[in-house]
Design a protein around this ligand. Structure first.
Ligand SMILES: Nc1ncnc2c1ncn2[C@@H]1O[C@H](COP(=O)(O)OP(=O)(O)OP(=O)(O)O)[C@@H](O)[C@H]1O
Ligand SMILES: [Mg+2]
Length: 212
């Protein structure tokens, strides 16, 4: 039997990376084998693509279509090399961002055609959608405030998306809500404006109800 595939989505700084770790621990305690991965990245090819996407590492501005297809290439490689083999062994996969990030960022925020993005996503994932998608919903400014604290220790530099405008990130957040409305059976919205443990407990309740 296939394992479960759970993705985490939401605006910058909403707590995806924090919550994915906490959920993996809880699933592990149940005796279920679980792998965590992230997008873009998760494979050697994907991490090389991530470097180009996040920091203009190729040394020139990245066009919109090139950006889209690099995300799709990273996703296709992650599916074939990591996600599908693990699910095939009956183990679980948790992924930090996935197809819905393309829809929210390239679609709702950049304005690219939604039907075209759906098609490209479908090619990239070989039609295997997540079983459950947790949307960690948080006010845009609050998310950036959290990141400011993360960077204040000298940890890393702002990536290309973090340098986009407030309006851009508001469209991302609103876009996520439209995506959740479009596929209510796959999505669950979690209020991320709570203490880390509170959010983690809500995430766990949803996972138990939806897929465990
Ligand atoms: N519920 C919370 N309350 C307060 N701070 C939080 C909460 N969750 C996470 N943080 C802190 O906010 C920062 C961003 O969290 P995290 O890196 O998990 O978010 P993210 O969604 O993965 O961000 P990014 O979009 O940059 O990948 C971290 O410093 C983290 O410790
Ligand atoms: Mg993160």
């Amino acid at each position: 039997m296939s394992g479960k595939f759970i993705t985490f989505e939401g605006p910058e700084g909403c707590g995806k990376s924090t919550q994915i770790k906490l959920l993996a621990e809880k699933i592990g305690v149940q005796g279920i084998k679980v792998a965590c991965t992230r997008e873009p990245g998760g494979t050697a090819t994907g991490e090389a693509i991530r470097n180009i996407l996040q920091h203009d590492a190729a040394g020139e501005p990245l066009g919109e279509r090139a950006e889209l297809l690099l995300f799709a290439a990273s996703r296709a490689q992650l599916m074939d090399q990591v996600v599908l083999p693990i699910l095939g062994r009956g183990e679980w996969v948790l992924c930090d961002r996935f197809i819905d990030s393309t829809m929210a960022y390239q679609g709702f925020a950049r304005g690219m055609d939604i039907a075209m993005l759906d098609y490209i996503n479908d090619v990239a994932i070989n039609s295997r959608k997540p079983d459950l998608t947790l949307l960690l919903d948080l006010d845009v400014e609050k998310g950036f405030h959290r990141l400011k604290e993360r960077y204040s220790g000298g940890n890393g530099t702002h990536d290309r998306f973090e340098r986009e405008s407030h309006d851009f990130h508001q469209r991302v957040r609103d876009g996520y809500h439209q995506l959740a409305q479009r596929e209510p059976e796959r999505f669950r919205i979690i209020d991320a404006d709570q203490a880390i443990d509170e959010v983690a407990s809500n995430v766990w309740d949803v996972v138990k109800e939806a897929v465990l």
